[in-house]
Design a protein around this ligand. Structure first.
Ligand code: SF4
Length: 226
């Protein structure tokens, strides 16, 4: 896909989803990022709320008993490992960063439980720095559309997306593509028949998926997977 088409596609999706950039406390984003690994949003957000109600800053988090943390974040995936990571992350924030979440990617990557995706989430949502976190949805959609070649690693996808999009667009692209990836360009059965960017997509199987549901109207197509 050439850059002009790519920009048009992103613009079309931005208009559809009307995502707004909202800033969140960096510490909350960090907690969200650590808890969300291999866990669905429906589980992550309530666990995050429970934990933050008792541990709203690194000092409080560090002082919480591991058993209490485990209980608060259960049933997120790998909750026992994540409990240890949270304690170690809190300790590092207190010891190395004056109790504050750092705003540089290099420093963020030193924190236990923080990889490139979580670091980028903290930068964009917590500090308003225009980067594009690439999770499984963003990477899949980018590959199907033909923005990046099949098999591209998330870090490379991030570099390609950021090299084309303006800072303003970078701020909302993660949320836009995640929504699109959950609602229409789904992992197993994409709803190509109702896709607003179907004509520009380079996914070889798009006609198969379009025809699979050709007799259904838009509302019924959505219902299939709800
Ligand atoms: S046409 Fe299908 S595969 Fe392509 S972006 Fe749309 S939903 Fe995804």
């Amino acid at each position: 896909m050439d850059n002009k088409t790519f920009l048009f596609v992103i613009s079309t999706l931005n208009k559809k989803y009307k995502v707004k950039m909202t800033r969140v406390r960096p510490f909350e984003v960090l907690i969200h990022g650590i808890l969300s690994t291999r866990t669905k949003d429906e589980t992550t957000f309530p666990a995050q709320r429970r934990l933050l109600s008792l541990a709203g800053n690194p000092q409080k988090l560090y002082s919480l008993n591991a058993k209490v943390i485990r209980k608060l974040i259960y049933p997120v995936g790998f909750y026992k490992t994540k409990t240890k990571l949270l304690k170690r992350a809190a300790k590092m924030l207190i010891g190395d960063f004056n109790g504050k979440v750092p705003s540089s990617k290099t420093d963020l990557l030193k924190i236990p439980g923080v990889g490139p995706k979580v670091a980028s989430l903290v930068l964009v949502w917590g500090f308003g720095i225009p980067v594009i976190p690439v999770d499984t949805h963003v990477n899949r959609v980018s590959q199907r559309l033909g923005i990046v070649p099949k098999g591209t690693k998330p870090e490379a996808t991030q570099r390609i997306l950021e090299s084309v999009l303006s800072p303003k667009r970078r701020l909302i692209t993660n949320k836009t593509l995640v929504k699109f990836g959950k609602e229409i360009c789904r992992p197993l059965s994409p709803l190509c028949g109702i896709c607003p960017v179907y004509h520009y997509c380079e996914f070889p199987d798009k006609d198969y998926y379009k025809n699979r549901y050709r007799n259904l109207n838009k509302e019924d197509t959505y219902k299939i997977y709800r």
